[in-house]
Design a protein around this ligand. Structure first.
Ligand code: UDP
Length: 327
């Protein structure tokens, strides 16, 4: 069986990626420092605890498992936090990724799938966001991911690294089988926070700003089901193995929903009220992030079939009620 090194495999998206890799016939080897992930989420292959900044540990893991590819998820990913502490984002996301890329090249593992973000585009209302749109991030999170994209491009030119870069829009939902799901502590993302508010685990949700230039005044995002997202990653590994070379793909559905629309869908799916109040804008938030690309569909054959708001909220709600990690 071919091994794939999955950094951040104990986290939300990484754990779902491990599940689909295993189902596709690969052995996912999780590399994670458990700073935000859970050892309970590592269910589909071996676990190697370690930090991205630890080159010696990375070298050891590459030598032991001889992966055919890397899927790199391990990163800090909160816009608000990145504005409060940008150094943390540059150190972990950029310096950590550079260390990983150098270790991969040294080990001769040249197929690299990277988890990037639509936050690299920044605030470009009225512009169609496709892979050729100039990247002008407005928060440190987006800037850190854009820097890693540049590292991958440079290492491609100089060392033959081949990368598939996925720029995700907003990832939501959970494994419909309930084996893995989204569990952050503290939680900062809209849908899990809303579900917490619905079942009384928190007092209520704060809507970050209702004075944006959108139809209802709240920010608009393009939500993608985590299972659809990780399916694209397996297709990315196969794309590289087939020798198709480095490529960037947006992963979004092309449909945007406002914060108030997400609240309304959650009320309908759960049949419960969503207690919320209106608060101030969150620094670093873009007004509207919706993919304008069809490339992943055309070239990877990607079909985000589970990515309706109803299905994402239904799967997240099921996980929310039954699933959690203890450690
Ligand atoms: N949001 C909100 N209240 C919250 C969390 C998020 O109004 O408690 C909004 C946020 O301003 C953004 C959208 O929900 O417009 C999605 O935010 P999230 O943090 O889930 O993802 P991001 O878009 O920052 O990656």
């Amino acid at each position: 069986m071919k091994n794939v090194l999955v950094t951040g495999g104990a986290g939300y998206i990484g754990s779902h990626a491990c599940k689909v890799l295993k189902a596709a016939g690969y052995m996912p080897v999780t590399y994670d420092n458990l700073s935000t992930g859970w050892s309970d989420a590592v269910k589909f292959g071996p676990f190697e605890q370690g930090d991205l900044s630890d080159r010696a540990r990375l070298d050891e893991v590459f030598a032991k498992h001889q992966p055919v590819a890397v899927m790199h998820f391990a990163a800090f990913s909160q816009v608000g936090e990145s504005m409060r502490d940008p150094g943390m984002y540059w150190r972990n996301n950029v310096v950590g990724s550079l260390t990983l890329v150098e270790a991969a090249v040294a080990a001769g593992c040249l197929d690299f799938v990277f988890s990037s973000t639509c936050a690299t585009y920044g605030d470009q209302d009225g512009v169609v966001l496709d892979e050729d749109t100039p990247q002008v991030p407005i928060n440190a999170y987006g800037a850190s991911k854009k820097a890693v994209e540049e590292i991958l491009s440079n290492f491609g030119e100089s060392h033959g690294l081949r990368s598939v870069i996925f720029r995700y829009f907003n990832v939501a939902g959970a494994d419909p089988d309930g084996e893995v799901g989204e569990f952050h502590q503290p939680e900062t993302h809209l849908i899990p926070l809303m579900l917490d508010a619905i079942d009384g685990k928190r007092a209520g949700l704060t809507v970050f700003g209702t004075d944006y230039d959108t139809p209802d005044g709240t920010c608009i995002r393009d939500y993608v089901h985590v299972m659809d997202l990780v399916d694209a990653h397996v297709a990315g590994v196969e794309w590289l193995a087939a020798g198709k070379g480095s490529r960037v793909f947006n992963l979004g559905t092309g449909t945007g929903f406002s914060v108030l629309e997400v609240i309304e869908h959650s009320r309908a799916v759960t049949n419960r009220e969503v207690p919320y109040e209106v608060g101030a804008r969150r620094p670093g938030d873009c007004v509207k992030l919706v993919s304008g690309s069809v490339r992943a569909g055309q070239e990877l054959g990607w079909k985000p079939e589970r990515s309706t708001l109803e299905s994402m909220i239904t799967d997240a709600w099921r996980w929310h009620q039954n699933g959690h990690y203890d450690g």
